[in-house]
Ligand binder design. Structure first.
Ligand code: THU
Length: 133
């Protein structure tokens, strides 16, 4: 986990951001993540004339994760149209949490953080299992 190529991951996020479809907000986002088998998956935001239907970049990234073989996310970064690192929105932190490896790292506006730091006391699959037991 310590030898993560953050600059390479950010470059992938920038490439993804350039494919964004964001004609309504004019706010392009690209996301890139490392998978536990070494793959990199990416996504961009895809908006819609029905504004609420718009997809965050992380949605595309999670779809790409499953379409390319599944696995767990170990490192993540997302950028805006100015190539600046941004925080994943609250909904997308939940989305990432579901598919995270334990100790997943995020390059954030305040440095490298763990998924547990950016989504403390997260609700997750275990809560459902415990309720069923
Ligand atoms: N957006 C993302 O793609 N990911 C985030 O984590 C934050 C917000 C997108 C959604 C919308 O298309 C645009 O940024 C402006 O909110």
């Amino acid at each position: 986990m310590t030898d993560i190529d953050w600059e390479g991951l950010r470059t992938e996020a920038i490439s993804a951001m350039r494919r964004a479809y964001a004609p309504y907000s004019n706010y392009s986002v690209g996301a890139a993540a490392l998978v536990d088998d070494g793959r990199i998956v990416t996504g961009c935001n895809v908006e819609n004339a029905s504004y609420g239907v718009g997809l965050c970049a992380e949605c595309g990234l999670v779809s790409a994760l499953h379409m390319s073989g599944g696995g767990r996310l170990t490192a993540f970064v997302c950028v805006n149209g100015q190539e600046q690192i941004i925080m994943p929105c609250g909904r997308c932190r939940q989305l990432l949490y579901e598919h995270s490896a334990s100790g997943m790292l995020l390059h954030t506006v305040s440095g490298i953080r763990t998924i547990d730091e950016v989504l403390p006391d997260a609700f997750g699959p275990r809560d459902l299992e415990e309720a069923r037991a």
